[in-house]
Design a protein around this ligand. Structure first.
Ligand code: ZN
Ligand code: ZN
Length: 154
């Protein structure tokens, strides 16, 4: 199997049990689409520190050259997770993704940052719900005590 970027042989390896093909020539990683998230998560666990929610991630320039998968199909380039930080090449027919060496870390950081933002939003939502719950409880209690005092009115 040849590297889509530099045509050196790809070697089968595992990153925390996730099967990948690594190119020693350009440090690129080829991974099956179905293993992409597992791979990014595994690489994320190897980072020294987790990226902050507002971390700036420098986009990796893409040369626009169409790569070909080991089976010779033209690969499609698109931004990972809809962002332009890392433009990843994929073969829709072989269901593989090729991540250029310099793209690996920005991609992992982007994934973790997005996840942190999502978790942050969820935490915020939980807080809002808890406050709403408290207000409703207070309202019901006020209503109950008004009724007990014969206020009625509702
Ligand atoms: Zn290569
Ligand atoms: Zn292919």
């Amino acid at each position: 199997m040849q590297c889509p970027r530099c045509e050196q042989p790809l070697r089968a390896r595992a990153v925390s049990k996730v099967p990948v093909h690594h190119c020693a020539g350009c440090d690129g990683l080829m991974v099956q689409l179905k293993h992409t998230v597992q791979l990014v998560q595994a690489l994320g666990r190897q980072l020294d520190e987790q990226p902050a929610i507002d971390e700036h991630i420098e986009p990796v320039p893409h040369d626009g050259v169409t790569l070909h998968c080991p089976a010779g199909h033209a690969m499609t380039a698109s931004g990972y997770m809809g962002a332009r930080i890392a433009i990843i090449d994929r073969c829709e027919r072989c269901k593989v993704l090729f991540i250029d060496g310099p793209e690996v870390e920005p991609l992992v950081r982007q994934y973790l940052r997005t996840k942190a933002r999502g978790d942050d939003r969820r935490a915020h939502l939980d807080q809002q719900l808890a406050e709403l719950d408290k207000r409703v409880t207070q309202m019901l209690m006020t209503r109950a005590s008004n009724n007990m005092m014969g206020g009625g009115g509702f």
